[in-house]
Write a protein that binds this ligand. Structure first.
Ligand code: ADP
Length: 328
């Protein structure tokens, strides 16, 4: 049965990801198409607490489908973790007669949304928006595909200069708890080795791998380091390797925040549109405390409980093995 929802708000929270704007556009226009009054909350949960809530019409989301970042801004908000902060947020929602919320973000955002729904009875649907691709229940999260393309473009350029100078490059990519970007970019760029948060690799093993390449006359190599690696960041690892293996001139590149920006890829634009559309339709059907995601090529619902307890990215050992074989 369709619940009596008349007013819906959308917010983006946590780390920004390309595709968030395309998703905001889809949410706002799907709501308006269905006769709902739509609102945007600025700066994530912070804006709920400070009452930074604005009405949105179809034109307020014109010409944003191709933009990175988020027109609604995003923030990390510690106050929302307190009962008082949440109560204030709820008062502000009620003052605007907002019955339901679409939150676009990662696991922190979903943790907040679940608590908010359970504590104050607000209907919420989550859209997975994070470049890390680490949410259970969706094969892909918004921004991951664009971030991967950015990483690949950057590493291809590094490969040119590494080859020209016979250098060993350590390239650090994002993914504190998830090696998804690191492993898959290693495959896509033909990296000689990859260090992941999910797997311990000793410096000795890494030196052995690089040494095998040197024996077969490899003159340059690329090692991709996920930022969450136990041995430290790319600079630390490069230093340790250099102590034991000085065949090449060694350089380090940290790709950093450039991985978060840029115009979303076609994949992310389509995913964002599908998930935003589905999020509003699910709210109108009466769903709450759910995440909309993509499984296979179908929209799939996962409870926020499940999305938060399961870890999505299981180390793809076959890909890891393959990077070794294909980079001999
Ligand atoms: P992401 O959504 O990308 O994982 P964060 O972990 O920073 O990003 O979470 C985004 C926001 O979600 C936090 O700044 C906070 O406002 C809210 N949040 C996170 N954890 C909780 C929690 N346990 N209770 C309430 N709100 C939370």
């Amino acid at each position: 049965m369709r619940p009596n929802i008349k007013n819906i708000a959308v917010l983006t929270s946590g780390g920004d990801a390309p595709g968030m704007n395309a998703c905001i556009r889809a949410v706002v226009r799907t709501g308006i198409y269905n006769g709902i009054n739509m609102f945007g909350v600025l700066q994530g949960y912070q804006g709920l607490i400070t009452n930074n809530i604005i009405p949105m019409d179809a034109r307020s989301v014109s010409n944003i489908i191709h933009m990175g970042g988020t027109i609604l801004k995003t923030a990390r908000c510690l106050e929302f973790k307190t009962d008082e902060g949440m109560a204030l947020a709820y008062e502000n929602l009620k003052a605007h007669n907002i019955d339901a919320l679409v939150v676009i973000g990662g696991d922190g955002t979903f943790t907040g949304a679940r608590r908010f729904a359970q504590k104050h009875g607000v209907h919420v649907i989550g859209v997975p928006g994070t470049i890390d691709n680490d949410l259970y229940g969706s094969d892909f999260t918004l921004g991951y595909d664009t971030a991967m393309n950015t990483v690949i473009e950057a590493i291809d350029k590094i490969r040119d200069t590494a080859d020209a100078h016979d250098r060993l490059f350590f390239v650090e990519v994002m993914g504190r708890d998830s090696g998804c970007i690191a492993l898959r970019s290693a495959v896509a760029c033909g990296a000689e080795a990859v260090l992941l948060p999910e797997k311990e690799t000793s410096i000795d093993d890494l030196v052995k791998q690089l040494g095998a390449g040197a024996v077969t006359k490899k003159t340059s190599s690329i090692v991709i380091v996920s930022e969450g690696h136990k041995q430290g960041g790319a600079y630390d690892i490069a230093k340790h390797v250099k102590e034991k293996f000085d065949h090449y001139d060694t350089k380090v590149t940290i790709l950093g925040h450039l991985q978060r920006g840029g115009s979303p890829s076609s994949f992310d634009r389509i995913l964002a549109s599908r998930l935003g559309y589905a999020a509003v339709n699910e709210l109108l059907k009466g769903s709450s405390e759910m995440m909309v995601g993509l499984r296979g090529n179908e929209i799939a619902l996962t409870s926020l409980d499940e999305a938060l307890t399961e870890h999505n990215f299981k180390l793809e050992s076959d890909l890891l093995e393959m990077t070794h074989v294909l980079s001999i």
